[in-house]
Ligand binder design. Structure first.
Ligand code: BES
Ligand code: MN
Ligand code: ZN
Length: 496
């Protein structure tokens, strides 16, 4: 879908959307249309529950007096309370509606007091773009009438030039979100470790340096934990290393690091999962998907930051070569792990990836993302991602960024008493705790692979990576949760 920006001249045909303030107060363009149509807008409002509240939509078909086939009123609520996200949601709702009714092109007027500099218009366009995503490449027989119809959205605003400028970066972020959604939506027969790595390699055309380590190289580095998870699979495990060096010369060179769990399929291994719902485990590479999409976003908008993205890519399969419960593996850090449950594999993959990024890049901070535990879904549902961190400032930054972009995180505790739960007789640690606090003991495990004085945050995204319901700016399916959050974190605190 292509979004463009132009001055407010009303199109004579096609679909047209105009804003209405809370209390059914028509803004200038809507008032003008109301006049031309002999009061059709006012009558439609009084004949419905539409009050102009934020999130509301009202459709008026073929109003007399004008040649537009459809006028949509969208609610702005109280303009004094508007934030960028409200405009994104309005754009998302409008795009969903226009797609549902089969419009191919439409114009939306943006006029609301406040913010200025094209921000309202740019964010409405951004929201409409984020909503215009559907993973339908494998639907070979679907009629065009079922596909997304909206190909062009023209945003009409007095601040078109400014909006166009702002939209350039937003479009790049959306491209990152879409890449993440594509990756998590692909089935595991198509997207295995080497294929995920190949899709990342395609990003070199944007200036991202991509390097992929295979099993032989990882063996040399002593990555027994990651390799143990992948050893039952016919597909080769990979360590994906991406770098975006966008910081201006003189500044702090140390990168911010992002680490993703990339389990392309998680059967559970020998500790096999039940059949029902196992297909969801194609998106157990969601953390890696976010890291790849985030790097795409940062490079696309030429972020002034040095960033590295590391993904441990494996497939967790049972087979004659698979790792067994009770196996003891040696991680790249030298610490040993007794694998008591082969389904607690994400932490094993991350242990070696975390060690690698610290040893090799000496980062300023690390954020890892993983669809790590079912327990986080029990705690937080699909509303917040779980946040665990050894650093209060980084936690605050993430929480704030999350609220701003609408990708919420909620901090849970870490501590010595939880850490004890992963001590074991036979090795330095075991890969599961007891039944209690499963997401926390998983995070404690990761923390054992992070240097003490390094700012680190872990996001458990098991509940937010895939949505059965959908939101205005994230249709059901792969959400891309994390790309916008971490892009905002970088923009607000790590760019010079
Ligand atoms: N990938 C799963 C976690 C998961 C579950 C993600 C549901 C998304 C939806 C992870 O590898 C796993 O199997 N975790 C186990 C850990 C347990 C064996 C300690 C779990 O949560 O049950
Ligand atoms: Mn598992
Ligand atoms: Zn898993």
């Amino acid at each position: 879908m292509k979004v463009s920006f132009a001055a407010v001249t009303l199109p004579k045909s096609g679909a047209l959307a105009v804003p209405v303030q809370e209390g059914r107060k028509l803004l200038p363009t809507a008032a003008q249309l109301d006049k031309k149509t002999g009061g059709a807008l006012s009558r439609a409002m009084s004949g419905s529950r539409f009050e102009g509240k934020s999130g509301e939509l009202l459709e008026i078909l073929v109003p007399a007096g004008i040649d537009n086939d459809r006028v949509l009123l969208y609610g702005l609520g109280d303009p004094k309370k508007l934030v960028d996200r409200d405009l994104q949601d309005a754009g998302g709702n409008l795009a969903a509606k226009l797609n549902a009714v089969g419009e191919k092109a439409a114009a939306v007027v943006v006029e609301a007091p406040g913010r200025g500099k094209g921000a309202w218009a740019a964010n409405l366009g951004y929201g409409a773009l984020l909503a215009s995503y559907r993973f339908d490449k494998y639907k070979t027989k679907e009629p065009a009438s079922k596909k997304l119809s909206l190909a062009k959205l023209s945003v009409l605003t007095a601040e078109a030039a400014d909006a166009r400028k702002l939209y350039r970066d937003l479009e790049e972020i959306a491209a990152g979100v879409f890449l993440t959604r594509d990756l998590v939506s692909e089935p595991a027969n198509v997207l295995y470790p080497a294929e995920l790595a190949a899709r990342a390699k395609a990003l070199s055309k944007l200036g991202i340096k991509v390097q992929v380590l295979g099993e032989a190289q990882m063996e040399k580095l002593g990555m027994g934990a990651l390799l143990g998870v992948g050893q039952g699979s016919a597909r080769e495990s990979q360590l994906l290393v991406m770098r975006w060096d966008g910081a201006p010369k003189a500044k702090d060179k140390r990168p911010i690091a992002f680490v993703g769990k990339g389990v392309c399929f998680d059967t559970g291994g020998i500790s096999i999962k039940p059949a029902s719902g196992m297909e969801d485990m194609k998106w157990d590479m969601g953390g890696a998907g976010v890291v790849v999409g985030l790097m795409r976003a940062l490079a696309g908008r030429k972020a002034q930051v040095n960033a590295v993205g590391i993904c441990g890519l494996v497939e967790n399969m049972p087979s004659g070569k698979a790792q067994r419960p009770g196996d003891i593996v040696t991680t790249a850090s030298g610490q040993t792990v007794e694998v008591l449950n082969t389904d607690a594999e994400g932490r094993l993959v991350l242990a070696d990836a975390l060690w690698y990024v610290q040893d090799k890049f000496k980062p300023r901070a690390i954020v890892d993302l993983a669809t790590l535990t079912g327990a986080i879904i029990v705690s937080l549902g699909s509303v917040h991602a779980g946040l665990f961190s050894n650093d209060d400032a980084l936690s605050e930054q993430l929480a704030t960024a999350g609220k701003e972009v609408g990708e919420l995180v909620w901090r849970l505790p870490l501590g010595k008493d939880y850490d004890k739960a992963i001590d074991t007789e036979a090795a330095d640690m075991k890969n599961i705790g007891n039944r209690e606090a499963g997401s926390i003991t998983a995070a404690q495990f990761l923390q054992r692979f992070v240097e003490k004085d390094l700012a680190w945050a872990h996001l458990d995204i098991a509940g937010v990576t895939w949505s059965k319901k959908g939101k205005p700016t994230a249709p059901k399916g792969g959400t891309g949760f994390g790309v916008r959050l971490l892009d905002r974190l970088v923009a607000a605190h790590y760019e010079s």
